[in-house]
Ligand binder design. Structure first.
Ligand code: HEM
Length: 192
């Protein structure tokens, strides 16, 4: 009998393979008090800034935009630059982006960022309680113009029909999640 994970669409495979690491990340964010006060939220924005800076070039990659046509418009790095300025967070030193150039791995990284826009629906409401929103401090958490659900479905459909290598895509997604967890570890240990 064939393995149901291996025969399902790429987006379902990505979800299944990264379920545990996503849970680990959600838990780490929520227990680190990142939505309890301004310093916690500043740490969250710094983590997001670093991760999206790593991805900035991928969102402008023409080969990847042939798979997801509105890819450049999905990029949240400019909003993160503004959120950093709103919150008086100095941009950290540039580091080399670890993102792979293989298109399947690269799309795995982008899956992490695009999927995070679903969880951002919850996080937006928590950020609002701290006084941050679409015009100050939480610009990057706002939904894409099509809405969270439609934007996510369009991304899933695009990657599902692209003929990408599922194994390499999963490697990219796992690397993306690990990168966010590493950034989280560096800000939370600095605060402790
Ligand atoms: C930067 C941090 C985060 C990243 C990178 C991230 C990543 C993702 C990804 C890739 C997905 C798509 C899963 C799929 O394939 O359907 C997702 C969905 C989701 N995330 Fe997160 N997430 C983050 C933080 C959070 C947090 C803190 C919460 C909870 C408070 C959360 C709650 C959710 C929820 C509710 C969904 C939708 C699940 C579903 O519809 O089945 N996320 N996230």
């Amino acid at each position: 009998m064939s393995d149901p994970i291996l025969t399902s669409p790429l987006s379902s495979q990505l979800k299944a393979h990264t379920h545990a690491i996503h849970e680990q990340l959600d838990h780490a964010i929520m227990t680190a008090g990142m939505f309890s006060d301004r310093p916690g939220y500043q740490n969250f924005v710094l983590v997001q800034y670093r991760f999206h800076r790593d991805l900035n070039a991928l969102y402008g990659d023409p080969a990847l935009a042939r798979i997801v046509p509105d890819l450049p418009a999905r990029n949240r790095f400019a909003q993160l630059v503004e959120d950093m300025a709103d919150l008086d967070i100095p941009p950290p030193e540039a580091t080399e982006s670890p993102v792979a150039h293989d298109p399947s791995e690269a799309m795995g990284w982008l899956y992490v960022a695009e999927g995070s826009k679903l969880g951002a629906g919850i996080l937006t409401r928590l950020a609002e309680k701290l006084g941050f929103g679409a015009s100050f401090g939480a610009r990057h958490l706002q939904p894409d113009p099509a809405g969270r659900s439609r934007s996510w479905s369009a991304f899933q459909e695009a990657i599902d029909r692209a003929g990408l290598d599922p194994d390499r895509c999963v490697i990219g997604a796992e690397s993306g999640f690990t990168r966010v967890i590493d950034y989280l570890g560096s800000v939370t240990s600095a605060r402790a």
